[in-house]
Design a protein. Structure first.
Length: 152
């Protein structure tokens, strides 16, 4: 959790967005469970929430193997991090280019984001958490620098 906080603070302090952002998971189930039913749904839900931006949904999808990040973090701190993530993940459209298994049991995705005339790729790590729910654990915004810093 400390690593998550430090990463996000570094990204927030830098307009270059060069650090990896670690985040928790996907869309809530009908029963209100955080996370997504599968890894692809976690990425799709997280990107849809970032596009809006819907901080509540982002918080339910951003996490690690222990569950959503919001369980161990003050709501205000989580929301600040989500605002930064949403800015870097702005997009008009996206494509999931690759989906590969991670040796730790998670999934790695490469996602191409298109924002206005820009098209950039980012790596996402997705992990299974409690109750077999999937969470976006991290993404690497280093390739998204110009999207992060671009004015709306």
């Amino acid at each position: 959790m400390k690593k998550l906080i430090v990463s996000l603070l570094l990204v927030g302090a830098s307009t270059a967005c060069t650090k990896v952002i670690t985040v928790p998971g996907p869309v809530a189930a009908a029963n209100g469970s955080p996370g997504a039913p599968d890894a692809v749904s976690a990425v799709r839900g997280f990107l849809a929430a970032a596009k809006e931006p819907d901080l509540q949904t982002m918080g339910r999808l951003f996490g690690d193997a222990q569950g959503p990040a919001g369980q161990g973090m003050a709501r205000e701190d989580l929301e600040k991090r989500e605002v930064i993530m949403a800015r870097c993940l702005r997009h008009d459209s996206y494509d999931i280019v690759t989906d590969a298994p991670n040796p730790g049991g998670g999934r790695n995705f490469v996602v191409n984001l298109s924002f206005h005339e820009l098209s950039r790729s980012a790596n996402f790590q997705v992990v299974m958490g409690p109750e077999r729910r999937w969470f976006v654990q991290s993404f690497d915004p280093s390739a998204l620098t110009d999207i992060c810093s671009r004015r709306a």
